[in-house]
Design a protein around this ligand. Sequence first.
Ligand SMILES: Nc1nc2c(ncn2[C@@H]2O[C@H](COP(=O)(O)OP(=O)(O)OP(=O)(O)O)[C@@H](O)[C@H]2O)c(=O)[nH]1
Length: 380
Amino acid sequence: MDEEDNLTGSYGGVGSFPKSFDYGGEEGEMEEDSASADKPRILLMGLRRSGKSSIQKVVFHKMSPNETLFLESTNKIYKDDISGSSFINFQIWDFPGQVDFFDPTFDSEMIFKGAGALIFVIDAQDDYMEALVRLHLTVCRAHKVNPDINFEVFIHKVDGLSDDHKIEAQRDIHQRANDDLADAGLERVHLSFYLTSIYDHSIFEAFSKVVQKLIPQLPTLENLLNIFISHSGIEKAFLFDVLSKIYVATDSSPVDMQSYELCCDMIDVVIDVSSIYGLVEDGAGGCAYDKESVAIIKLNNSTVLYLKEVTRFLALVCILREESFERKGLIEYNFHCFRKAIHEVFEVGGSTDGRGGAGRSAARRNPAGLNFTALNGNGV
Ligand SMILES: Nc1nc2c(ncn2[C@@H]2O[C@H](COP(=O)(O)OP(=O)(O)OP(=O)(O)O)[C@@H](O)[C@H]2O)c(=O)[nH]1
């Protein structure tokens, strides 16, 4: 079988992004296309019907969870290159459930070598013993070829389980998977576990954590967010990839699911309203998200949600008290410094679109030297 054919499928636009939702299309797209073969990969593996394609469709193609009921079984490896419209400059490879590692056409070197993360999906509503056997086999194979790969286990479809059942499933899967690795002398291989469902925000949260591990600039981004919020009276800030609603970084205060959901909903509202009412009608195109994108929503509990464009793929979404928002000028000035710093972080490697993979040297710089203005009016 022609290997190239086998690896370059396309979903043929099922649930694909609305055309009017143009996040970019500026410079550099051609080079990106030709370089796509070298892009780091996130692999999605697991047994048949565990939910791999649904995850990919819901997170990256805005498919509604109910529509996934009609997805057909994947029978080839599908590469999905989302880098043209997302900060996440990776390819997502969706594998068929019945992939056979012992098949001579399965080239583990080629598949695992360039992979940053391997997400193994386990259907928690089903008997997971077979899935655990397959997980073990997959981890052993992949680790042998690429010891740097991150192993991420999604204990999936937990929407159908009670809270007790969820915790018990996680404990049991965690224990068995690690015991199997220890028996094989691979106790040093680390597996991360997440409880996920496409019917709530847990899948976006889990994917956010997977992606964050692959961003070399993460500590710098967190540091910048910490400085920004502490000098602006903001309670929580997320840096979002607008297309996928994955948060690529947040400040170091703990993330609570409700705040994250609120910020995700805000992105949906902004994009939907812009797509419907914000685009020019003459067919000349336009973007639902661009440099001008900004939104303020005041909630009935004295909280304000504030969204602003950072790069063509990234938005900052903040949660703050109404009193703090009275100093809007200060927040805007600090945001301006923050935005500049983010551009510097990603520009140094030659990329001007503000995405990962570039700017390692900038990431090492001390961002505290940037001129943020403190609430008391002093620069830092
Ligand atoms: N309840 C529930 N069902 C889900 C969830 N995710 C996926 N499903 C359902 O699981 C079924 C299988 O999903 P797919 O995405 O096709 O599974 P797959 O792993 O890609 O399957 P193969 O292509 O055969 O390997 C579909 O009917 C989905 O609607 C979830 O989080 N909760």
